[in-house]
Write a protein that binds this ligand. Structure first.
Ligand SMILES: C[S@@+](CC[C@H](N)C(=O)[O-])C[C@H]1O[C@@H](n2cnc3c(N)ncnc32)[C@H](O)[C@@H]1O
Length: 218
């Protein structure tokens, strides 16, 4: 009997949890649960480990298509990148990370998965990677820095006209002394005053403390 149900292109569900089709069978990223079905593997997308996984859990869908090119700022060791790699059956991820240690894992991941392009660079200096990143359909940012909005603004020119992005905002990284709601309000104002439509705000505090994901349109 089938355990998983396909809820959207690239996304599967079993007992309230979300899964991606493992495009690199026989491997996991961090020892996540695997369901084997019909000769294929499906990886559990843990909302405690991935903010985009938490977004999915809260929202039930992603604002991303499986054929998109994504610029990912703050790719870390590739946890979320690995799920996007499964999800993007005909898209690519350009992952920017400035810290060498997580970058090493990201690089290893990109050797096993051919839709990941790792870039060792500071997302505050997009001129350093403008030659290797094309115009993209989506920007996903998760940098946990004080100037999170400013970093996003520096990279928006990679975004094709009319496309979208997600900013994962960690309120404590902006100011630990102020309330998260005050900070989210300020982020919203900052984005709208820079010409963005804030399409949605998804609070993922249940899985990732003091985090909210802003879906923005250009
Ligand atoms: C919260 S972790 C990312 C986790 C990752 N997004 C995931 O879900 O798998 C934030 C990452 O952003 C990186 N980072 C912070 N500021 C950055 C910058 N200016 N340029 C590039 N990477 C940055 C950090 O080194 C860290 O690895």
């Amino acid at each position: 009997m089938m355990k998983l149900s396909k809820i959207n292109e690239g996304i599967y569900k079993y007992k309230g949890e979300y899964y991606t089709h493992n495009s690199c069978p026989g491997t996991t990223h961090h020892g996540e649960d695997i369901i084997s079905e019909g000769g294929d593997e499906y990886r559990h997308w843990d909302p405690f480990r991935s903010k985009l996984g938490a977004f999915l859990k809260e929202h039930g869908a992603l604002p991303i298509r499986t054929d998109m090119d994504i610029l990912y700022l703050g790719a870390g060791d590739g946890t979320t990148v690995s799920y996007l790699s499964d999800f993007l059956s005909s898209g690519r991820i350009f992952g920017v990370e400035f810290s060498r240690r997580p970058y090493r894992n990201l690089l290893e991941l990109s050797i096993k998965r051919d839709n990941i392009y790792p870039i060792l660079a500071d997302a505050r200096k997009p001129d350093k990677y403008e030659d290797v990143v094309p115009l993209v359909d989506f920007i996903y940012q998760d940098v946990a820095q004080r100037d999170q909005c400013g970093i996003f603004m520096k990279n928006v020119w990679f975004l094709k006209e009319g496309y979208k992005g997600i900013l994962a905002i960690k309120s404590r990284s902006i100011d630990v002394t102020r309330s998260p709601s005050e900070i989210y309000k300020e982020v919203e104002e900052n984005l709208t005053s820079n010409g963005f439509d804030v399409l949605e705000q998804v609070d993922i505090g249940r899985w990732q403390k003091d985090h909210r994901l802003f879906v923005v349109g250009k």
